[in-house]
Structures are given as C-alpha cells and as structure tokens.
Design a protein around this ligand. Structure first.
Ligand SMILES: Cc1ncc(COP(=O)(O)O)c(C=O)c1O
Length: 392
C-alpha cells in the first residue's frame, strides 16, 4: 500500500499534532506487529508499554469478545460483576493500606482523579512534582508535569506546580510545606528518560509529605503491572502511597486506567464527587480482569525481573565498551534505557530500526527506551537488541 496515499488521506482530515513513522500497522501477535503489506516487526515498545501480555493474547481477546456479547455498557447506577472483580483483584495486589479503586479510561484521567482526591482530602491546592516527569495531557495532568515542551503551548490555562529535581530529597524538603496538597512522582520516569528513583527517595518524600499533612501520589501508569520486575514498582522500595495511579498495562491494550487510595483519603469524598460515563465500563473491567489473571498466573513480573536484569547487563556492557556511542544504561525490569552519546543520530534510530524490522522508541532526546511485552520470547528480544546495538 502506498504510504504517500495514506499520508494524503491523513493530511485532509486529521489534527496535525502527530509525526508518523512510515508504516501502517494492521495487526499484532505476541511481541510482533505486521504492516499492511505483511512485513513483520518486533515490537520493543509494546504499544507504548501497554501490551504487557503481548498483542492479541488469546485470553484477553476471548474475555473482551465474551463480555462484548453480554454487556458492553451500563451506568454506575448499577452493580456489575467485572467491576467488582477488578476492585477485589486490585486490592490484592496493592499495599495493605491502599484499599479503594476507581476505573477510568486513560492515564491522564486517572491522574486527574488522583489530584482531585488530594485536594478533597487536604483542602489544599499546591502540588509538587519533578523535573522531566510525565503525567498526561489533560489540563489537570498537564499542570503537574515537569516538561516545558508539553506545557508551554497551554501555559495560560494551567495551574503552576512547584517542580523540583527528580531524586533530590533536599529539594523535596524545601518544597513541601503546610500548603502542599500532594507530591506526585513516578518510581521510574518513563517518558522523561528512564530515570530510576534513587533508593530511599520515595520513602523520604512520603515521610516529608506526612510531616506536613500532604499526600504522597505515586504515578505507576507506566511502571505498574509487572513492568519493572515487581507487580508494582513501589515494592522495590516497600513504599505505600496515599494515592496510586495505574494505566497502560492494566488493560493490556484496552483503554482503561485506575486511581486508588487509602481508607483515609476515601473517607473524605462524598457521593457524586467523581464519576464518568465509562468509569468501570464492563468491557474495560473484563479486560483488566483477564490481564491481571494472566500476569499473575504466568508470573510475568518475575519474568520481567529476570529477563530485564540480563537485558540491563547487556546494555551496560555496551555502554562500558563503547563510551563514544552510549553514556549509560539505566532502568528496571523490562523498562530499560540506553543513553546515546550522539543526540542527532539518536533521533534517527527509530527509522533505522524500522527499516531493520523493529519498533523502538527514543525518548528525552537521546534515550533508547525498551519496554517490550513482558512475555516477549528471549531469543526475539536479545537478537533484536544485538541488531539495535549494531545499528547504534
Ligand atoms: C507515568 C505516566 N503517567 C501518565 C501518563 C498518561 O497516560 P495516558 O497517555 O493514558 O493518558 C503516562 C503516559 O505515558 C505515563 O507514562
């Protein structure tokens, strides 16, 4: 199929805000996708960290198909079983104090819910976030992200957060005070360049929040559901948030996310404080239920830890052997980054990878980010990585 023809179709009617790669993807299976001409690619992005159990996992497809034939949508005026099942499952996998959850349709919406809860629980409006953070593109979520490139065009509409350097506990101490509603942070900044929170940082920030009556919000939209080698990345630091957000891998490709909170936070909201036509939609909940069953049964978090450790070692060895090409490797589980030395060449890497049959992402200017399906076959992953290192 001619890409020029596709580009012409898009140019006529699409909002020109996305820069497309020269490929039209038609289907996916496991950790591979196929373009409209039948060419095959190894997907090292898993649909942006979403397809944690691979593309079109049969159990997920069956669950969605089955639920679609039963009940796709009703309203939150009524109980539905998939939604109740998911609330139980989420309570099992989160820290003991995080007991309540609410399903929404996207990560940004989950962050919005988290910010609303923090305001409701504290009566305050000051939010502290971190440099290079990413929390979504709706106005509330955009207001707390620490990346000017996303905020600048909408600055006039946004509340100003206090943004502190990620990983710097003294800066957090200086910023959190008696007016702070919450500190929001990712355990590993994904879009911001695969920056892993230093050991003790998250617990330290949580302690500072509580000293001042503020809440600690952990955004695990990218790191949750096994991605970093634990079901939730917070387990690495044994830290318990007041509010937690999940998304991406939660639905394995179905657009769904969640915000969760403690009893104390939940006790401050009233009926009608939040809602949404599609909140807890049965089809979305059936997808989450299936994903969580597969991830748990197939021990995909443990697998991500094991495979991720070897992936990290390979990237770190490359950086050590070729300092002129790569400055460092960093990451956790199957969220790994290789910091490339040459930003200009880094920008061209996704296209060169595509031509070699791989989907790969470069984020934060020069960080090759690998976040494949948690069940990607090892030979597929490591052969692709060798080809990528060759290209670099
Ligand atoms: C940590 C984090 N929070 C929030 C979001 C926003 O999620 P969504 O794109 O589903 O709105 C993302 C998306 O990349 C993310 O990585």
């Amino acid at each position: 199929m001619s890409l020029d023809a596709l580009a012409r179709r898009e140019a006529a009617h699409f909002l020109p805000v996305v820069n497309r790669m020269p490929i039209a993807i038609e289907r996916g299976l496991g950790s591979r996708v196929f373009d409209v001409d039948g060419r095959e690619y190894v997907d090292l992005t898993a649909g942006w960290g979403v397809c944690c159990i691979g593309h079109c996992h049969p159990e997920l497809v069956d669950a969605i198909r089955d639920q679609a034939g039963r009940l796709m949508q009703t309203t939150n005026l009524f109980y539905t079983l998939p939604q109740l099942d998911v609330a139980d499952q989420l309570a099992q996998l989160t820290p003991a104090g995080v007991t309540r959850s609410f399903l929404v349709s996207s990560g940004a919406e989950a962050v919005e819910g988290a910010l609303k809860m923090a305001h409701r629980a504290t009566g305050r409006r000051k939010f502290v976030s971190t440099n290079q953070s990413f929390h979504g593109r709706t106005l509330g979520a955009l207001a707390v992200i620490g990346q000017p490139k996303h905020r600048d065009a909408y600055r006039d509409l946004l509340a100003e957060p206090v943004v502190v350097p990620f990983g710097d506990l003294s800066a957090a101490r200086a910023a959190i005070d008696g007016e702070t509603a919450a500190f929001i942070v990712e355990p590993v900044q994904g879009e911001g360049g695969v920056n892993v929170a230093p050991s003790g940082y998250l617990a330290g920030v949580r302690g500072l929040c509580h000293e001042h009556g503020a809440l600690f919000i952990l955004d695990e939209i990218q790191t949750g559901i096994g991605r970093t080698g634990r079901m939730l990345a917070l387990e690495h630091d044994a830290v318990e948030p007041d509010i937690l957000t999940l998304g991406k891998g939660l639905g394995g490709g179905f657009p769904v996310a969640a915000f969760l909170c403690t009893e104390t936070v939940a006790g401050t909201v009233s009926l009608g404080d939040h809602g949404g036509t599609y909140a807890g939609n049965p089809l979305a909940a059936a997808a989450v239920r299936a994903v969580l069953e597969v991830v748990t049964r197939e021990k995909l978090a443990e697998r991500a830890a094991d495979v991720g450790e070897r992936l990290h070692a390979r990237l770190a060895r490359f950086a050590a052997e070729h300092p002129e090409k790569a400055e460092a490797a960093r990451g956790r589980g199957l969220l790994q980054g290789l910091v490339l030395a040459d930003t200009e060449r880094a920008a061209g890497l996704p296209l060169r990878a595509l031509e070699s049959g791989m989907l790969v992402n470069v984020t934060a200017g020069n960080v090759m980010r690998l976040f494949p399906a948690l069940n990607i076959p090892e030979d597929e992953l490591f052969e692709s990585v060798e080809r990528l290192l060759e290209l670099i």
